[in-house]
Design a protein around this ligand. Sequence first.
Ligand code: C2E
Ligand code: MG
Ligand code: MG
Ligand code: MG
Length: 281
Amino acid sequence: RSKRRGRGQITVYSQEIAQEMKRATQIEQALRNAIIADQVDVHFQPIVDLRSDSVVGFEALARWCDADLGYVSPSIFVPLAEERGFIESLAETLLRKAAQAALSWPKELFLSFNLSSAQLMDPATSSRLLSIIHQVGFDPRRLELEITETAVMADADVAQKIVSELRAAGVRVSLDDFGTGQSSLGRLRDFSFDKVKIDRAFVSRISADRASEHIIKAIVSMCEGLELEVVAEGIEDFAEALKLKALGCGMGQGYFYGKPADAVATMRYLSDRYRDVAASR
Ligand code: C2E
Ligand code: MG
Ligand code: MG
Ligand code: MG
């Protein structure tokens, strides 16, 4: 980073930026087309009750594979759709598909859907989401919406209004990626959440360091006091599952219990689990 290289650096950077812009525009166009052509898909990952190991719901996760671009991660294309102003149409397609698929599941299972920060800044979001749910015929009391601290921070007043309108309709709201944002504790007091999802960053280090274990223990006990449910994200093996159970964490999600899978595979997963349940009765 010496001064001597300064000018050259700037040229390199501006070329890189131009390249990135070009790629972003390429992704934007492909994604806009994919939405119209109904090629954006949604997968489902099981969320389990750690006390009984039974499935209690699924989180919907957007999936998109383009013929030219290949697989593009939702952590790339969701923010892009927000920046370029078409998150609404993307979210609408995704929620419609997810709710439609969830209609075939056993009635006691919930559907969890991620809301983006841009959606939490738009006062029309609650009525828009509720009307999709209504059109599909999905019970709003089986719907959960995941929001992040960063999203809540952007415009807390509007976000709070959206959340309370949704909760009034019976929708539950969970705080996603807990522990990675800022001023977490104040948010928990000011907002009415139903659930907290502990970020994978803590779970993945639980076997390696004691600090993560203490942090999870503290989150669990705080949530007990606040009457919030807790989900541990990113449980990848049996040892992690056992530790989290021992720490009193109520729910879990991760590759150990199931990777995100499409609607058909999810139905198969459910029929297998329910056959086991029926057999053990
Ligand atoms: P998220 O909501 O925190 O979702 C959890 C992510 O962790 C998912 O990544 C999931 O596939 C991954 N995951 C689950 N279990 C494990 C595990 O055991 N190990 C590891 N290594 N990973 C695990 P994914 O599907 O790539 O999504 C990334 C992020 O993109 C999501 O984070 C969410 O913020 C966003 N996203 C995905 N779908 C949607 C959507 O439909 N709408 C919005 N607004 N955002 C979405
Ligand atoms: Mg999530
Ligand atoms: Mg998360
Ligand atoms: Mg995340």
